[in-house]
Design a protein around this ligand. Structure first.
Ligand SMILES: [Fe+2]
Ligand SMILES: [Fe+2]
Length: 359
């Protein structure tokens, strides 16, 4: 989540910036109200405004007022938190009228600051998630046909898929949240890529089963709280073939897609993935979508060999790579869709966030 920190005191600004960056926030700074207004307008990634009330040229209140006016009618989602001196009650009332999310009084208490920022992030993500859901409903609302399709899917194989995916939880705590995140993220990307509505819904359900092969073991490796050896890692790769084998006997169209996703969701666009080393369009679009969101989700989750990354750092790894990941691993159209939908993706992650100790 990106914060715009507007504070005229250089030392406070520098210290706060360092603190917030260490907490995983992406931070831009402004030296006064006009600077803040211009930076907010120029960078639409900014979602939280942390404004000092007393600043030269333009106060924090005037800044928020100007931003609210210029953004009225736009669908930009943001929240503002004010920093103010103790006893400045008039300013507090004025800020309330402007719809401030919270106030922090000087001297700042770090825990309070982080709590307010965490709450503002949650609120933003919830609003974004609701906006994503209602946009989907609006797009699909007129299609009676689609309602029929969704009902049929939900009633039949959909339920089976969900139950089977949730069944895998037995082996990896929290996997039901992981599969729900993957399912919604895959739907979000598929919709962005303008795949047929029915196809999008099929992908949503089929992707619930992407890791179903993990049911075939080795369970101890999936739950191991340590880095796997080379040999053990090779064994876990088998969940792709196992998943496809588990699903091969069903004739349902969703299960056919699920089978393909289970088999190919670790294949890389440049041919360096597994199990078959498929390349480019040899990989189905459904699997390419699940592959990208699965990697994003893994980067956001704590692993025995590294801590969870915040959203913007996970996006950075997808786009620029790191020692394990490379942008050439992804279908270019999928990566582009992921970038353009990154806020919705973050909101979905937050909606189905894992609890401590879960994947
Ligand atoms: Fe997998
Ligand atoms: Fe997965």
């Amino acid at each position: 989540m990106k914060i715009l920190l507007a504070e005229d005191d250089t030392q406070v600004r520098t210290e706060l910036r360092e603190l917030l960056v260490a907490e995983g926030y992406d931070v831009t700074t402004a030296v006064d109200g006009i600077d803040a207004f211009e930076k907010f307008r120029a960078d639409e990634l900014i979602e939280i405004l942390l404004l000092d009330i007393r600043m030269p040229r333009c106060t924090g209140l005037q800044t928020l007022d100007a931003i609210r006016k210029i953004e009225s009618g736009s669908d930009r989602i943001f929240e503002a938190i004010f920093i103010t001196g103790n006893g400045d009650n008039d300013a507090v009332i004025a800020a309330l009228k402007l719809g401030a999310f919270a106030f922090l009084f000087k001297p700042l208490v770090v825990e309070q600051l982080l709590t307010e920022l965490g709450d503002a992030s949650d609120t933003i993500n919830q609003r974004r998630y609701r906006a994503f859901q209602s946009a989907l409903l609006t797009n699909q609302g007129e299609s009676v046909q689609l309602t029929k399709i969704t009902t049929a899917i939900k009633g039949g194989m959909g339920a089976t898929s969900e139950i089977a995916a949730i069944g895998a939880e037995h082996y990896t705590p929290g996997i039901e949240l992981h599969v729900h995140r993957i399912s919604e993220m895959a739907l979000c990307i598929a919709a962005r890529m303008e795949l047929e509505q029915e196809h999008c819904q099929q992908i949503r359900l089929a992707s619930l089963l992407h890791d179903i092969g993990k049911l075939g073991g080795p369970a101890d490796l999936y739950t191991a709280e340590r880095k796997l050896t080379e040999e053990e890692f090779e064994k876990t790769k088998e969940h792709t073939n196992l998943g496809a084998a588990l699903l091969q006997h069903y004739d349902d169209p969703i299960i056919k897609i699920a089978q393909n996703i289970a088999l190919q969701h670790h294949e890389n666009w440049d041919g360096s993935g597994y199990p078959a080393g498929l390349k480019g369009d040899e990989i189905s679009i459904e699997a390419a979508i699940v592959h990208a969101v699965d990697i994003y989700d893994n980067l956001r989750s704590t692993r025995p060999y590294r801590t969870a990354l915040p959203h913007h750092e996970a996006m950075d790894v997808l786009v620029n790579g790191d020692e394990k990941s490379n942008p050439d691993h992804f279908h270019p159209g999928v990566l582009q869709a992921l970038l353009s939908q990154h806020r919705q993706i973050e909101a979905i992650y937050e909606r189905y966030k894992p609890m401590e100790g879960q994947v």
